[in-house]
Design a protein around this ligand. Structure first.
Ligand SMILES: CC(C)(COP(=O)(O)OP(=O)(O)OC[C@H]1O[C@@H](n2cnc3c(N)ncnc32)[C@H](O)[C@@H]1OP(=O)(O)O)[C@@H](O)C(=O)NCCC(=O)NCCS
Length: 173
């Protein structure tokens, strides 16, 4: 399953094992995954295997998506990040949306553009009533993405031992 930007160059697709270099560039970087990055390639490879298996098991595009910018010449750097739609561990019955970009790919709209595609998938195809995100109040860039999507704070949750704001976007918003 793939999601394509109607007028742009972004494509969302599932990861494969061949994407390990790109996946490690995201999950092995403590500046991107500041709450528990993968310390070496072995760890990120094991995570990638879990990510692929879990998405296949769940179906319906629930899980991690690679963000691919088709306009980048070098095929080795076309994966600029990932977005995820998955059961929220902090909000029973909800799916959470999340985003991680390679460090050199911030500031170009990749997160919000990809999240918009995923939100459309969640609302139009999966018919979800809402999607949520847990964001620490100091994560200004992530908050800006949530705001650009039209999400609003609806509460507070503990997640990974840290206090997070619970952001939500409703299909009828
Ligand atoms: C959170 C994160 C994904 C946000 O990345 P980002 O690059 O700031 O967000 P976007 O890709 O949506 O880019 C927005 C920027 O691109 C600009 N932009 C350019 N073209 C754009 C377009 N077509 N649409 C929207 N914004 C665009 C915006 O003006 C904005 O600029 P600014 O940085 O000067 O404000 C990134 O900082 C990250 O990976 N952080 C680490 C992981 C993390 O914390 N994840 C969230 C956990 S809750």
């Amino acid at each position: 399953m793939e999601l394509n930007e109607p007028e742009g160059t972004l494509r969302l697709r599932g990861f494969s094992l061949e994407d390990h270099d790109a996946f490690h560039a995201i999950w092995g970087d403590p500046e991107v995954i500041w709450w528990g990055h993968d310390p070496d390639r072995e760890a990120s490879r094991a995570r990638l295997e879990r990510v692929i298996a879990s998405r296949a098991r769940r179906g319906q595009g629930i899980g991690f998506w690679a963000i691919v910018d088709e306009s980048i010449d070098d095929p080795g750097t076309r994966i600029v990040g990932d977005v995820v739609l998955q059961p929220a561990p902090f909000a029973r019955g909800d799916l959470e949306i999340g985003w991680h970009l390679r460090r050199g790919c911030w500031g170009r709209g990749y997160a919000v553009r990809s999240a918009r595609l995923l939100v459309r998938h969640a609302f139009d195809r999966l018919r979800l009533a809402r999607v949520v995100a847990a964001i620490v109040p100091t994560n200004e860039r992530s908050i800006a993405v949530a705001q650009r999507l039209g999400m609003r704070i609806e509460g507070r949750v503990m997640h990974g031992g840290m206090q997070h704001d619970l952001w939500a976007l409703h299909r009828d918003d």
